[in-house]
Design a binder for this molecule. Sequence first.
Ligand SMILES: NC(=O)c1ccc[n+]([C@@H]2O[C@H](COP(=O)([O-])OP(=O)(O)OC[C@H]3O[C@@H](n4cnc5c(N)ncnc54)[C@H](O)[C@@H]3O)[C@@H](O)[C@H]2O)c1
Length: 295
Amino acid sequence: MREIRNVAVIGAGLMGHGISQVAAQFGGYNVYMVDVKNEFLERGMGMIRESLGKFVEKGKITKEQAERIFSMIRPTTDLGKAVSESDFVIEAATEDANLKLEIFRKIGESAREDVVITSNTSSISITLLSSAVKRPERVAGMHFFNPPQLMPLVEVVKGMKTSEETVTTVREVAKSLNKETVLCKKDSPGFIVNRILVPALNEAVFLVEEGVADPEEIDKAIKLGLNWPMGPLQLLDYVGLDTTLNITQVFMNEFQDSKYRPANLLRRMVRAGLLGRKTGKGFYTWESAALTKTK
Ligand SMILES: NC(=O)c1ccc[n+]([C@@H]2O[C@H](COP(=O)([O-])OP(=O)(O)OC[C@H]3O[C@@H](n4cnc5c(N)ncnc54)[C@H](O)[C@@H]3O)[C@@H](O)[C@H]2O)c1
């Protein structure tokens, strides 16, 4: 494997922009950030600028360093070119298996043979995604947490065909981004953290739906009772209600167990476009891309 200099991040959303920033800021990599429309790329670059501004405000980096990091991230809609010029790929597009399979097929067509291709998927089978490329042994899960700029963990996930060499490379790249890793030996849906977290978030929505308590009360209870840094409904707003709903649906299909049934309220809110902070409203109202909670 060649030295890793260029990294392609596919998707410029909540996770993709953060992963792109982390790759440039901590890994020192040149980053291609890919999305399907210029407006999504502009939004992603805006969020990166905002996040870098916070690092500057806190005195963690200088203004000059922020500018340099920003200039290392190249937004593009040309996935083929970005991947063909990259030494490592992190796919962080929408949580939809068919969409990701199509993206993996395209990545597989453009990537050099020795390039490791990872997915930040929260729940979709790495083995399935790897089936779309010629060298499935080069595919692994690289699951970051939200926001990637701050959260210290990456779950490294083995698909059925993932090689040990690939696992080692992913762990090394994660380490270069200042992340701790845990290894999931099987690509079981939700891996470790979401297998525990997502049913808990869904259960919090059931509590609202059943009228047991208001969102603020539920969040306060879990913060003070379980010492979570934020309550489950606020966390849902951060994660995205659509992403969470998609994960519960993957759990339902894969485990064939109705205990993972999503709350009706979760479905209805997603249908109404109340997706959380990314649309300005979920269980709470959010002011701007600065994501200041207003209520
Ligand atoms: N939100 C979280 O807290 C979180 C945490 C860990 C992992 N993840 C995973 O990260 C991935 C992205 O989630 P997100 O929260 O950033 O979603 P998001 O909706 O904020 O962003 C997804 C982005 O992917 C883009 N996209 C769609 N099709 C594409 C294509 N063909 N090529 C390039 N870009 C494309 C969309 O335009 C969008 O900008 C999902 O797999 C999700 O499960 C999410």
